[in-house]
Design a binder for this molecule. Structure first.
Ligand code: HEC
Length: 144
Protein backbone atom coordinates (compact mmCIF):
# COMPACT_ATOMS: atom_id res chain seq x y z
CA UNK A 1 0.00 0.00 0.00
CA UNK A 2 1.43 3.41 -0.81
CA UNK A 3 1.80 6.17 1.71
CA UNK A 4 -0.79 8.50 0.28
CA UNK A 5 -3.49 5.83 0.28
CA UNK A 6 -2.66 4.97 3.86
CA UNK A 7 -2.87 8.58 4.94
CA UNK A 8 -6.19 8.92 3.13
CA UNK A 9 -7.58 5.88 4.89
CA UNK A 10 -6.36 7.11 8.24
CA UNK A 11 -7.97 10.51 7.68
CA UNK A 12 -11.34 9.05 6.75
CA UNK A 13 -11.15 6.77 9.80
CA UNK A 14 -10.69 9.80 12.01
CA UNK A 15 -13.64 11.47 10.31
CA UNK A 16 -15.96 8.50 10.90
CA UNK A 17 -14.93 8.16 14.54
CA UNK A 18 -15.25 11.91 14.97
CA UNK A 19 -18.78 12.13 13.63
CA UNK A 20 -19.86 9.08 15.64
CA UNK A 21 -18.60 10.77 18.79
CA UNK A 22 -20.49 13.91 17.80
CA UNK A 23 -23.76 12.04 17.25
CA UNK A 24 -23.28 10.25 20.54
CA UNK A 25 -22.59 13.39 22.51
CA UNK A 26 -25.47 15.40 21.04
CA UNK A 27 -27.84 12.57 21.88
CA UNK A 28 -26.73 12.25 25.48
CA UNK A 29 -26.65 16.04 25.83
CA UNK A 30 -30.34 16.20 25.00
CA UNK A 31 -31.08 13.90 27.92
CA UNK A 32 -28.91 16.01 30.21
CA UNK A 33 -30.39 19.26 28.89
CA UNK A 34 -33.88 18.09 29.81
CA UNK A 35 -33.92 17.97 33.59
CA UNK A 36 -36.50 15.99 35.49
CA UNK A 37 -39.20 17.98 37.24
CA UNK A 38 -39.95 17.04 40.82
CA UNK A 39 -43.50 15.86 40.22
CA UNK A 40 -44.34 12.48 38.70
CA UNK A 41 -48.03 13.41 38.23
CA UNK A 42 -49.45 13.21 34.71
CA UNK A 43 -50.84 16.78 34.48
CA UNK A 44 -47.60 18.32 35.77
CA UNK A 45 -45.44 16.22 33.46
CA UNK A 46 -47.69 17.13 30.56
CA UNK A 47 -47.37 20.87 31.22
CA UNK A 48 -43.59 20.65 31.58
CA UNK A 49 -42.71 18.38 28.65
CA UNK A 50 -45.57 18.16 26.16
CA UNK A 51 -47.57 21.41 26.10
CA UNK A 52 -44.96 23.32 24.05
CA UNK A 53 -45.91 21.23 21.00
CA UNK A 54 -49.25 19.64 21.85
CA UNK A 55 -50.72 22.75 23.51
CA UNK A 56 -51.95 23.36 27.07
CA UNK A 57 -55.33 21.88 26.05
CA UNK A 58 -53.64 18.96 24.19
CA UNK A 59 -55.25 20.03 20.92
CA UNK A 60 -51.79 20.52 19.46
CA UNK A 61 -51.53 24.26 19.04
CA UNK A 62 -48.56 24.78 21.33
CA UNK A 63 -46.04 27.55 20.54
CA UNK A 64 -43.54 25.11 19.00
CA UNK A 65 -46.13 23.37 16.82
CA UNK A 66 -45.99 25.99 14.05
CA UNK A 67 -42.29 25.44 13.40
CA UNK A 68 -42.70 21.67 12.97
CA UNK A 69 -43.08 20.08 9.55
CA UNK A 70 -45.30 17.34 10.93
CA UNK A 71 -48.20 18.75 12.91
CA UNK A 72 -48.34 17.19 16.39
CA UNK A 73 -51.40 15.00 16.85
CA UNK A 74 -54.50 16.27 18.68
CA UNK A 75 -54.08 14.28 21.89
CA UNK A 76 -57.72 14.72 22.99
CA UNK A 77 -58.95 12.65 20.06
CA UNK A 78 -56.76 9.55 20.32
CA UNK A 79 -59.71 7.37 21.36
CA UNK A 80 -61.97 8.93 18.71
CA UNK A 81 -59.38 8.06 16.05
CA UNK A 82 -59.16 4.55 17.45
CA UNK A 83 -62.82 3.50 17.24
CA UNK A 84 -63.70 4.83 20.70
CA UNK A 85 -61.14 2.94 22.81
CA UNK A 86 -58.00 4.49 24.23
CA UNK A 87 -54.99 2.30 23.34
CA UNK A 88 -53.16 2.79 26.67
CA UNK A 89 -50.26 0.40 26.03
CA UNK A 90 -49.61 1.72 22.53
CA UNK A 91 -49.63 5.32 23.78
CA UNK A 92 -47.13 4.39 26.49
CA UNK A 93 -44.85 2.85 23.86
CA UNK A 94 -45.15 5.94 21.64
CA UNK A 95 -44.20 8.22 24.55
CA UNK A 96 -41.23 6.05 25.54
CA UNK A 97 -40.05 5.78 21.94
CA UNK A 98 -40.57 2.02 21.61
CA UNK A 99 -43.17 2.58 18.88
CA UNK A 100 -43.58 5.27 16.21
CA UNK A 101 -46.77 7.33 15.90
CA UNK A 102 -48.83 6.43 12.83
CA UNK A 103 -49.15 9.80 11.16
CA UNK A 104 -48.71 8.51 7.66
CA UNK A 105 -46.08 11.17 7.07
CA UNK A 106 -43.30 8.65 7.40
CA UNK A 107 -41.22 10.89 9.66
CA UNK A 108 -41.16 10.64 13.39
CA UNK A 109 -40.84 14.10 14.87
CA UNK A 110 -42.18 13.08 18.22
CA UNK A 111 -39.31 13.19 20.71
CA UNK A 112 -38.25 10.00 22.48
CA UNK A 113 -38.98 10.39 26.20
CA UNK A 114 -37.92 7.01 27.62
CA UNK A 115 -34.28 7.95 28.40
CA UNK A 116 -35.24 11.40 29.69
CA UNK A 117 -37.84 10.05 32.13
CA UNK A 118 -35.54 7.23 33.22
CA UNK A 119 -32.88 9.53 34.61
CA UNK A 120 -32.27 8.55 38.16
CA UNK A 121 -33.74 11.16 40.49
CA UNK A 122 -34.03 10.75 44.25
CA UNK A 123 -32.21 7.42 43.85
CA UNK A 124 -35.04 5.90 41.86
CA UNK A 125 -35.76 5.25 38.21
CA UNK A 126 -39.41 6.25 37.94
CA UNK A 127 -39.35 6.39 34.14
CA UNK A 128 -42.09 3.81 33.67
CA UNK A 129 -44.27 5.47 36.32
CA UNK A 130 -43.93 8.85 34.61
CA UNK A 131 -44.88 7.39 31.23
CA UNK A 132 -47.80 5.47 32.73
CA UNK A 133 -49.08 8.59 34.54
CA UNK A 134 -48.83 10.63 31.33
CA UNK A 135 -50.71 8.04 29.28
CA UNK A 136 -53.43 7.82 31.95
CA UNK A 137 -53.68 11.61 32.02
CA UNK A 138 -54.20 11.59 28.24
CA UNK A 139 -56.86 8.91 28.66
CA UNK A 140 -58.66 11.19 31.16
CA UNK A 141 -58.84 14.13 28.74
CA UNK A 142 -60.28 12.26 25.72
CA UNK A 143 -63.15 13.96 23.89
CA UNK A 144 -65.82 12.27 21.81
C1 HEC B 1 -41.14 18.79 19.78
C2 HEC B 1 -42.57 18.71 19.74
C3 HEC B 1 -43.25 17.64 20.58
C4 HEC B 1 -43.20 17.48 21.96
C5 HEC B 1 -42.45 18.33 22.97
C6 HEC B 1 -44.06 16.35 22.25
N1 HEC B 1 -44.60 15.84 21.10
FE1 HEC B 1 -45.90 14.29 20.95
N2 HEC B 1 -45.91 14.45 18.93
C7 HEC B 1 -45.24 15.43 18.22
C8 HEC B 1 -45.48 15.23 16.80
C9 HEC B 1 -44.91 16.10 15.68
C10 HEC B 1 -46.32 14.11 16.70
C11 HEC B 1 -46.83 13.47 15.42
C12 HEC B 1 -45.67 12.63 14.95
C13 HEC B 1 -45.98 11.77 13.81
O1 HEC B 1 -47.18 11.56 13.55
O2 HEC B 1 -45.04 11.28 13.19
C14 HEC B 1 -46.57 13.64 18.06
C15 HEC B 1 -47.35 12.56 18.37
C16 HEC B 1 -47.66 12.15 19.66
C17 HEC B 1 -48.50 11.01 20.01
C18 HEC B 1 -49.18 10.08 19.02
C19 HEC B 1 -50.63 10.37 18.96
C20 HEC B 1 -51.37 9.42 18.04
O3 HEC B 1 -52.59 9.50 18.00
O4 HEC B 1 -50.72 8.62 17.36
C21 HEC B 1 -48.57 10.97 21.36
C22 HEC B 1 -49.34 9.96 22.22
C23 HEC B 1 -47.77 12.05 21.87
N3 HEC B 1 -47.24 12.74 20.82
C24 HEC B 1 -47.60 12.32 23.21
C25 HEC B 1 -46.69 13.26 23.72
C26 HEC B 1 -46.40 13.41 25.12
C27 HEC B 1 -47.06 12.63 26.25
C28 HEC B 1 -45.44 14.39 25.20
C29 HEC B 1 -44.74 14.89 26.45
C30 HEC B 1 -44.06 13.88 27.26
C31 HEC B 1 -45.16 14.85 23.85
N4 HEC B 1 -45.95 14.14 22.98
C32 HEC B 1 -44.28 15.86 23.54
C33 HEC B 1 -44.45 16.43 18.73
C34 HEC B 1 -44.14 16.61 20.06
Amino acid sequence: MNGRLLRGLAASGVLVVGSLALAQSSRSDKTKETPLIHSIEGPELYKAYCASCHGADAKSDGPTAKSLKVKPSDLTRIAARNGGTFPLMRIERIISGEELPQSGHGTNKMPVWGPIFSQVGRDQDLGRVRIDNLARYLRDIQMP
